[in-house]
Design a protein around this ligand. Structure first.
Ligand code: GLY
Ligand code: MN
Ligand code: MN
Length: 473
């Protein structure tokens, strides 16, 4: 469908996937009886004085509407009827803030059945809820929503004596939409490939920038300068935002998992860990590379780097349809645990063999996070990690004990995961000093395919020789 040439609307996108998703959601609502789904988009968030944070839509809402203006709601009935509440078009407002789609254009542009002004929400909502068995909304995500719904239901109850039926149940909409978002369609995957390739270009730029600065005689490079290179590359390729605050960690700062880019000085003989990804058209990318600031790995840096890379390869090999999402973590942990023993970071006398290191979770002194997560509209995307169709079983809890819970979910084509093992070595007795203060993570984004997985973020070098060659040029 042709869209008006207005900011925020892609001329190439059809409203079809969005209408099809609404139809699919309506079908899921119908499967549970009659009902109506209420879905507000994200609020605008004040920053200070009269400035707001840059606006970002709600991911669920956008998945079903392709609408990125604030102050909007989708109301979807189980019979498939959709109503969008949005801000009316306003020529006065357009002078200051730009174009709004408005209620007149919304049905044709977005394919919704009706559009009403957001100001009429309280007045119109009781009638939209009337006669429905259940009200579905995302629990725990919009703090004011339960109170608003209660108010509309109270209004409806006053009309019950006139034969108007009031919904009797409130149900959580989040899992329904989360499941729909977990497996991506071809259009979503194309956007995610593009987001990953922009982020890969940004990492390449950051590596080269760093090496050049040291070649030009700099004694140090600030983390924020490297962050600026990343942001420049994201924006110049049209990415609207970062997908999450960029991590740029100089030397020992890499041992802080979520260290934000700050004023710290990266020295030439240190490693730099960069965990940064752009958001493009509502989809995240999430890449980590760790590179030597001056373009040359030292012996101990390379040794640990190669171990993390081998762990990632094991995780990649364990990412294919039919295997479970958590298998990648188990595979990576086994490689890391063996390597920690081989390199003397864990002693065999104290910790035993590789199975003991895994069972006791001794490896967690150096590797304390999971190996991956779903990736999509959100960097830590929605979707259950545990298999809902299988009974709970006893399994390792990853902390040295056991826990009874459902098995991890089986992967299928179209899911997108990150694969991100790491090692973080803080100074400690018994840990060889040559490894102190080294933090390494390698993270790539993978689409599960029919037979394995497609790494969509490998536009940036990952092998140590390739990184050194790239930084030399
Ligand atoms: N960048 C956040 C993460 O890797 O999970
Ligand atoms: Mn990640
Ligand atoms: Mn990351």
């Amino acid at each position: 469908m042709k869209r008006p040439a207005a900011p925020g609307y892609s001329a190439f996108m059809s409203s079809k996937p969005y209408a099809a998703r609404r139809a699919q959601l309506a079908e899921r609502l119908r499967a549970a009886g009659s009902g109506v789904a209420l879905l507000p988009t994200a609020p605008e968030r004040p920053r200070n004085a009269d400035s707001d944070h840059p606006y970002r839509h709600d991911s669920h809402f956008h998945h079903l509407t392709d609408f990125d203006e604030p102050q909007a709601w989708l109301v979807l009935r189980s019979d498939g009827h959709s109503t969008l509440f949005c801000r009316p078009a306003d020529p006065e407002h357009a002078v200051w803030h730009g174009h709004r789609l408005g209620t007149e254009a919304a049905p044709e542009v977005l394919g919704v059945d009706a559009a009403l002004p957001i100001g009429s929400l309280n007045e119109a909502m009781p009638a939209l809820l009337a006669g429905q068995g259940a009200v579905w909304f995302p629990f725990g995500r919009h703090p004011e929503l339960p109170g608003q719904i209660e108010g509309w239901l109270a209004t409806l109850r006053t009309q019950e004596r006139r034969g108007i039926e009031c919904p009797t149940q409130c149900r959580d909409l989040h899992p329904l939409i989360a499941e729909m978002r977990l497996v991506k369609d071809a259009g979503e995957l194309a956007t995610m490939r593009r987001a990953a390739s922009i982020s890969a270009a940004a990492h390449r730029r950051a590596m080269r920038y760093c090496a050049q600065r040291f070649r030009q005689g700099a004694s140090a490079v600030h983390e924020y300068e490297i962050e600026a290179e990343l942001l420049h590359e994201f924006r110049r390729h049209g990415a609207q935002s970062t997908a999450y605050p960029s991590i740029v960690a100089a030397g020992a700062n890499a041992c802080v998992l979520h260290h934000p880019a700050g004023p710290a000085r990266l020295l030439p003989d240190e490693l730099c860990l960069v965990d940064a990804g752009c958001e493009l058209d509502g989809y995240a990318s999430d890449i980590t590379r760790t590179f030597p600031a001056n373009g040359c790995f030292s012996g101990p840096q390379r040794t640990l780097y190669e171990l993390v890379l081998a762990a990632q390869q094991a995780a990649i090999d364990a990412t294919r349809p039919g295997l479970r999402q958590r298998d990648a973590h188990h595979a990576a942990v086994r490689v890391l645990a063996q390597g920690l023993l081989d390199l003397g970071l864990l002693s065999r006398e104290t910790h035993g063999g590789v199975d003991d290191v895994i069972a006791s979770a001794a490896y967690r002194a150096f590797y304390m996070h999971g190996t991956g997560h779903w990736l999509g509209r959100d960097v830590h995307d929605v979707g259950e990690y545990l298999s809902q169709g299988e009974a709970p079983i006893e399994q390792p809890d990853g902390l040295g004990g056991t826990v009874v819970k459902r098995p991890s979910r089986v992967l299928c084509p179209g899911m997108v995961v990150t694969l991100e093992p790491g090692l973080y070595v803080r100074p400690a007795p018994g840990v060889p000093e040559r490894y102190w203060n080294i933090g390494i993570r390698v993270e790539d984004d993978a689409i599960v395919t029919d037979s394995g997985c497609e790494l969509i973020s490998r536009g940036v070098p990952v092998e140590p020789d390739e990184i050194e060659a790239w930084m030399r040029d």
